[in-house]
Design a protein around this ligand. Structure first.
Ligand code: MG
Ligand code: MG
Length: 257
């Protein structure tokens, strides 16, 4: 086996290791809920980042995203047409915005990763429907994800919920295995064909993370080199959970908030 092949191997976790991932998962879920409570018009994206910086410092938790490949913030904050990897700038939220917050935590060397899209003030019914459908697509993927199913079964379940609502599935950014590293094999696309792709095995821990768009799902990256936006400027939503496959049952969510 070459080094490259070894690097691409799925790292299966024991039950004890999955238990060791729980504190990081819980921290991310709980902190996202707290950030959700802070959202109102006038709040700066950097205020949200600072809240997590302070909390993690107080609890001696490693902010997984800060410095990851040079990423300069502790949260990703992506507003409206921004899909993922947005910067936590001095921008102030406005009534009617939607904001996707993606957050990681590393505790005792294990990583949790989760994202949610929130409404700021009163949003349009179409924006609310996008949030509902994207969340529903994640839950559909999680309910299918279990030992013995194929990668394409999970992607298809996510894709069907998004596309049957008339929305677009972002293809260029995908879910992933997770453990001691935030990004481990395999990649987990949010589309797929049933009965195809890798078979899910006991001990796999995955971050499933559908990104949906009201318009065309083609993407572009802003000049900051990070922020991914819809090419057509349409609204986008993103929901993510870290889930574990440890028994003959639907995947267990580690990042419940
Ligand atoms: Mg994430
Ligand atoms: Mg992720």
């Amino acid at each position: 086996m070459t080094t490259e092949q070894r690097a691409r191997q799925v790292i299966l976790k024991s039950d004890a290791e999955i238990d060791m991932m729980r504190p990081a998962g819980r921290m991310v879920g709980e902190t996202l809920s707290e950030l959700g409570e802070m959202l109102k018009p006038g709040v700066k994206l950097s205020d949200l980042d600072q809240y997590v910086i302070d909390k993690y410092a107080r609890l001696d938790i490693t902010p997984t995203f800060l410095g990851y490949q040079g990423f300069p913030h502790t949260i990703c904050a992506s507003v409206n047409e921004e899909i993922v990897h947005g910067f936590a700038t001095e921008r102030r939220l406005e009534d009617g915005d939607i904001i996707s917050i993606d957050l990681g935590a590393t505790i005792n060397g294990w990583v949790g990763d989760s994202a949610r899209t929130f409404a700021v003030g009163t949003i349009t019914s179409e924006a609310q429907r996008l949030l509902d459908v994207t969340r529903e697509s994640l839950m559909a993927g999680i309910s299918v994800a279990r030992i013995g199913v194929r990668k394409g079964d999970i992607g298809a379940a996510i894709q069907e919920v998004i596309e049957s609502a008339g929305y677009g599935v972002v293809r260029g950014y995908v879910g992933h295995g997770i453990g001691r590293a935030m990004h481990e094999p395999p990649t987990m696309p949010n589309h797929g064909r049933r009965g195809t792709g890798m078979t899910m095995r006991r001990g796999m821990v995955l971050a499933l993370e559908p990104m949906a768009t009201i318009g065309d799902p083609a993407t572009a990256v802003l000049d900051d080199g990070w922020t991914v936006v819809t090419a057509d400027g349409s609204l986008s939503a993103h929901f993510e959970h870290t889930v574990a496959l440890r028994q003959d049952a639907p995947a267990e969510i580690l990042t419940q908030g």
